[in-house]
Design a protein around this ligand. Structure first.
Ligand code: URQ
Ligand code: ZN
Ligand code: ZN
Length: 484
């Protein structure tokens, strides 16, 4: 089936222009003024709508086995909800148990994701280190389309890795042309504070943020930036939640180090007052890591996004319903960590970003789609409106409104961290591979229609690193010769 999107305004990360867009066979075939509709084509009147690349959420955890339970959102319901919100691709995580084969875990997650309704890809977590891990990383990059490896500096006793293991892995990423991504919190301090708070009798969700204050994230961000510098490897720090982490990234980037940063829609808009709520379940529903922070950190995150210190937005969509959260009824450290948002990210960022003048529509496209596509080497197949790109598009109604609620959202979770928020700016249509999956409030997501999207390694980035290292190696010699 082919579709002619007529009369819209095409908004990319770079330009805004009036143009029709014709899609057929799952890709964009033509972009231009007054295109003719081939016979049989569906014509969508996009008058007054913005035609943008579908959102890419580079950080989700569908049906993640975690903290003795499994996230309630699966790959079908999660990608269907994403499509309802204008997001057309997710990058999820394969998280092997320590000592488990990365390839075996990869195969398990691939099996789970076959039911996805939209395209997906995977970061693979390094949760232990050995020659086997080193070797399997090569197979994953060369034969499975993986170009990013995740490292958790938190979750001691579970999936946390040491500095030494990160050095080994970052070096390996460098050799393979893959990017290392990192959850930056000092897991040792978190564990120590959790024990101390428990001894002091603080066992409710109000203890969660007390066990992982911003300094704990800032320290880890600075440390992992140094480790990446020593390893000579680029890194991508996920879910930066506080000023301290942003300052670490800004310092590194001003020194010419290749450090990328992500921010969650939740951390931009929700503050730590949620943990003081008298209703245990409400406070526990907000337990995620890093935790929601005092308001002043949100201003720092918005400034960093505007300044380009942070490049991407995500959700870390990792849902647990009330009975699951209640597993931590007597001990906050047992509350499964995670919150949702994959359906709401685009609208809340449009409302609070573009609607307030913080972001232009072009910058909105960059931080919700194009930057993630470029950093994870999916561009221009994804994250662009260009001939030959996948026909993953969102037709955005800048005047439309919606009040967000768990009662009406499509996410498979009984809570919404944006509950009651009325937003202006909503997706009118979402197309995945040129098929209309969301139209005027009606969801028509097809189970299993999503594809695994392999991501090649980054020759250009690593070539530049080599040139820089050579230049740096030469510099002392040049100085010495000049001095003689
Ligand atoms: O840490 C993560 O990113 C996963 C385990 C989701 N949970 C969370 O609290 N962020
Ligand atoms: Zn994390
Ligand atoms: Zn995560």
């Amino acid at each position: 089936m082919s579709v002619l999107i007529r009369g819209g305004t095409v908004v990319t990360a770079e330009t805004t222009s009036r143009a029709d867009v014709y899609c057929a066979g799952g890709t964009i075939k033509a972009i231009g003024e007054k295109l003719e509709a081939p016979s049989g084509a569906r014509v969508i009147d996009a008058g007054g709508l913005l035609v943008m690349p579908g959102g890419i959420d580079p950080h989700t955890h569908m049906q993640l086995p975690f903290m003795s339970t499994v996230a309630s959102e699966d790959f079908y319901t999660g990608t269907a909800a994403a499509l309802a919100g204008g997001t057309t691709m997710i990058i999820d995580f394969v998280i092997p148990n320590p000592q488990q084969s990365l390839l075996a875990a990869y195969d398990t997650w691939r099996g789970w994701a076959e039911k996805a309704a939209a395209d997906y890809s995977f970061h693979v977590a390094i949760t232990w280190w050995s020659d086997q891990v080193r070797d399997e990383m090569a197979v994953l990059t060369r034969e499975r389309g993986v170009n990013s490896f995740k490292h958790f500096m938190a979750y001691k006793g579970a999936i946390m890795v040491s500095d030494e293991e990160m050095l080994q892995s970052f070096r390996r990423c460098r050799e393979l042309g893959a990017i290392a991504t990192v959850h930056a919190e000092n897991g040792e301090i978190v564990y120590y504070l959790q024990q101390e708070l428990a001894r002091a009798g603080i066992r409710g969700p109000e203890g969660h943020p007390l066990s992982r204050p911003p300094e704990v994230e800032g320290e880890a961000a600075n440390r992992v930036i140094t480790i990446a510098h020593i390893a000579g490897a680029p890194i991508y720090i996920v879910h930066n939640s506080c000023r301290e982490a942003v300052e670490a990234i800004a310092r590194a980037r001003s020194n010419g180090q290749r450090v990328y940063g992500e921010v969650l829609a939740g951390h931009l808009l929700v503050d730590d007052s949620v943990y003081q709520h008298p209703d245990w379940a409400f406070a526990a529903a907000h337990v995620m890591s890093p935790p929601f922070r005092p308001k002043e950190h949100q201003a720092a995150l918005w400034r960093a996004l505007q300044a380009g210190t942070l490049q991407t937005t995500a959700t870390d969509h990792c849902c647990f319903c009330a009975p699951q959260k209640a597993m931590g009824k007597d001990d906050f450290s047992k509350i499964p960590n995670g919150t949702g948002g994959v359906e709401d990210r685009m609208a809340v960022l449009w409302h609070h970003g573009v609607g307030t003048g913080r972001l232009t529509p072009n910058e909105f496209v960059r931080v919700t789609s194009t930057a993630a596509a470029q950093i994870f080497n999916l561009y221009p197949r994804k994250g662009s409106v260009s001939v030959g790109a996948d026909a993953d598009l969102v037709l955005w109604d800048p005047a439309g409104t919606r009040t967000i609620s768990a009662k009406t959202h499509h996410q498979n979770v009984d809570f919404n961290i944006f509950e009651g928020m009325t937003v202006t700016g909503v997706p009118r249509y979402t197309l995945t591979q040129g098929q209309v999956a969301w139209a005027d409030g009606k969801l028509d997501a097809v189970r299993g229609a999503g594809r695994y999207v392999p991501r090649p390694t980054f020759p250009a980035v690593f070539k530049a690193l080599e040139m820089r290292d050579k230049a740096q190696a030469i510099r002392p010699v040049v100085r010495q010769v000049a001095a003689e």
